[in-house]
Structure formats: C-alpha cells, structure tokens
Design a protein around this ligand. Structure first.
Ligand code: NAP
Length: 161
C-alpha cells in the first residue's frame, strides 16, 4: 500500500480544512501518481476537494462514521476493517491520500511513501509524522528541486528498508 502527502518544513499538511498552499506542479504530480488507481481518504478530505466531488479517473474510497453519508461517485466505508476487507490482498495500486486522521491510521500498513516537501513553513492545524526520524524507512528516489510562485519544493519516495 502507498501513501501520498505534501508537507511543509515542519511536516504540517493542512489548515482550516484545506491544503497549506496550492502548487500546480504538485497537483499534477499527485494526478500522475494516482490516476487509474485507488484512493483512500477521510470524509473531511473529500469535502476539501472542489465541490466536495471525488477525483476523476480514480476509485475514491471514503471513510466516515455517518451512516447516511452517500456522496456521488464514491465508495463509502464505516470502519478501517470494512474498507480493508473490500481491498483484498493486492494493495499495490492503493494510495492513502489523507487527511491527518486517516494517514495516522494507515501509516504502518504502507510500504511506499510519496512525499512532496515544501521548503517553507506555514500556519497549520494538521500534521504528518516526520519520516526522517524513522529508522525503518529510507529515501529511495528524489526529484530535482522545483520552484513555483517563489516556493521551492521537491518530490521524495521513502520505502521500508
Ligand atoms: N497535505 C496533504 O497532502 C493533505 C492531503 C489530504 C488532506 N490534507 C488536509 O488534511 C485536513 C483534513 O484532515 P483531517 O484529519 O481533519 O480529516 P480526514 O482524515 O480527511 O477525515 C477525518 C474523518 O474521516 C472519517 N474517518 C476517519 N477514520 C475513520 C474510521 N476508521 N472509520 C470511519 N470513519 C473514519 C471521520 O469522518 P466523520 O466525521 O464523517 O465520521 C473523520 O472525521 C485538511 O486540512 C486537508 O486539506 C492534506
């Protein structure tokens, strides 16, 4: 299972229900990595998308405890166990896509982490664990440094040792 996230220098990921900053290069990268694949997300992340609509061209699996929640174009699950049963054993095309609550529940199920690091810090109310502190993970690929709107950022891939 994979995980994909964009973090700032403090491993912050969100504020007021949205992303810290919109970088079109990162959104394109997210699309390239996940197109045709399966996304797992929390209800709040779905609601952060434009029009609270699922992302096209991908299977959108959404977690909520609300029994009457049925957003169009999504598959809704009410527990991690229910969702995991539906996935089956091959999770190589599955991407955990946030937010904080869902990332933390699935972190140990993932073996590949696609992390965009933004070289700035932003006010935030959601965060992600610092993968550079993890001795069981290593960086196995990184892109060159990108720049947009004066903001530098870089794509990394972490895998289990
Ligand atoms: N930087 C990034 O890469 C990135 C990516 C995605 C999101 N984000 C940001 O992260 C923030 C949202 O994160 P968040 O932690 O507030 O919310 P979230 O993880 O998106 O959603 C949390 C909700 O998911 C449902 N849920 C979670 N685990 C569940 C379980 N085991 N069983 C049933 N339902 C479950 C619950 O929904 P109910 O309340 O409906 O029961 C819970 O309130 C936003 O600011 C967003 O922009 C950042």
């Amino acid at each position: 299972m994979n995980l994909i996230v964009v973090v700032d220098e403090n491993w912050s990921i969100g504020r007021d229900g949205g992303l810290l900053v919109h970088l079109s290069g990162d959104l394109k990268y997210f699309k390239k990595r996940t197109y045709g694949k399966t996304l797992i997300m929390g209800r709040k992340t779905l609601e952060s998308f434009p029009g609270a609509r699922p992302l096209p061209g991908r299977r959108n699996l959404v977690l909520t405890r609300r029994s009457d929640y049925a957003p169009e174009g999504c598959e809704v699950f009410h527990s991690k166990e229910e969702l995991t049963r539906q996935l089956g054993p091959d999770t190589s095309n599955v991407f955990v896509s946030g937010g904080e609550n869902v990332y933390r529940q699935f972190l140990e199920d993932c073996d590949t982490f696609f992390v965009t690091k933004i070289y700035q810090s932003f006010p935030a109310d959601r965060s992600f664990p610092d993968l550079d502190q993890r001795e069981d993970l290593e960086i196995t690929w990184k892109s060159g440094v990108q720049e947009e709107k004066g903001i530098k950022y870089q794509f990394f891939e972490y895998t289990r040792k």
